[in-house]
Design a protein around this ligand. Structure first.
Ligand code: ADP
Ligand code: MG
Length: 256
């Protein structure tokens, strides 16, 4: 028997960041226009944090960025390439996403959750998919939980599996939608740390978050959305210490 030649990126992998840009993106659900011309630029290797009130269109914008929703108008560019001509599976491989409620398959183990897309989307042999799942679980501190099902894991551990699953696809950009909002307070810090590590590794990231401390510390750019548009964006010091629009001032007075 020969062992297949398995190549797994090392945990200290430096990510080859790719820029992601939304230009004048519009999205309507029936008669309601929930994105009314949203612009966002995440340069390669940088972190953009998106803040704003509930219902302002943050999740919808993120979902448009990786093709989970189809925008009504506007352009989305990945590494300068228009994503509208890209195969949807390719786009979703290149732009990974992590959700508030983890979205793991409940009857599959941590390792199986990670292997699914590797096997079925990337058509990877079983052994190689297993090796990558093990490596990615190690990267997120869950080497000893590969055989556990989601119900046997804490919320923080489940979210680590979801992050490992997204990373296993070797995305060029990662989207995070309020990934700590459903976690017990004591588990939040570990996940934020993991995201900060990813950012340091050069991953391009768009992070919707209520964690203003994280945004201030990790973001290169903070984007404030309200009512389907980007009202203001800039470096964290500018957004948090010298906001110019009244809507952002009001929002910050409510959350800080
Ligand atoms: P946020 O993430 O900032 O809280 P969302 O992007 O989830 O905002 O929602 C923006 C608006 O779009 C809200 O008014 C919401 O009710 C509406 N919306 C979101 N998803 C749908 C959908 N699938 N069908 C109809 N309306 C939706
Ligand atoms: Mg949301």
């Amino acid at each position: 028997m020969t062992t297949p030649d398995v190549v797994v990126p090392s945990p200290s992998h430096r990510y080859e960041g790719t820029s992601l840009e939304a230009r004048d993106v519009r999205m309507r659900f029936g008669p309601v226009e929930v994105l009314r011309g949203a612009d966002l630029l995440a340069p390669a290797g940088e972190v953009v944090c998106v803040i704003g009130p509930s219902g302002s269109g943050k999740s919808t914008l993120l979902r448009c960025l990786n093709g989970l929703e189809t925008r009504s108008a506007g352009r989305i560019l990945l590494g300068g390439e228009d994503t509208s001509t890209m195969d949807i599976n390719v786009l979703r491989q290149r732009v990974g996403m992590v959700f508030q409620h983890f979205n793991l398959f409940p009857h599959k183990t941590a390792a199986q959750n990670i292997m699914l897309a590797l096997r079925h989307v990337k058509k990877m042999p079983q052994e190689q998919a297993e090796a990558i799942a093990r490596q990615r679980l190690r990267d997120v501190g869950l080497a000893d939980r590969a055989g556990h099902r989601p119900t046997q894991l804490s919320g923080g551990q489940q979210q680590r599996v979801a992050i490992a699953r997204a990373l296993a696809m070797e995305p060029q950009v990662m989207l995070f939608d309020e990934v700590t909002s459903a976690l017990d307070p004591e588990l939040v810090k570990g996940i934020l740390q993991l995201m900060a590590d990813l950012a340091r590794g050069g991953m391009t990231m768009v992070v919707v978050t209520h964690e203003m401390g994280f945004a201030r510390k990790v973001a290169d750019t903070v984007v404030f959305m309200d009512a389907g548009v980007v009202v203001e964006s800039g470096p964290p010091e500018q957004i948090f210490d010298a906001p110019s629009s009244p809507r952002l001032k009001t929002f910050l007075s409510q959350v800080l």
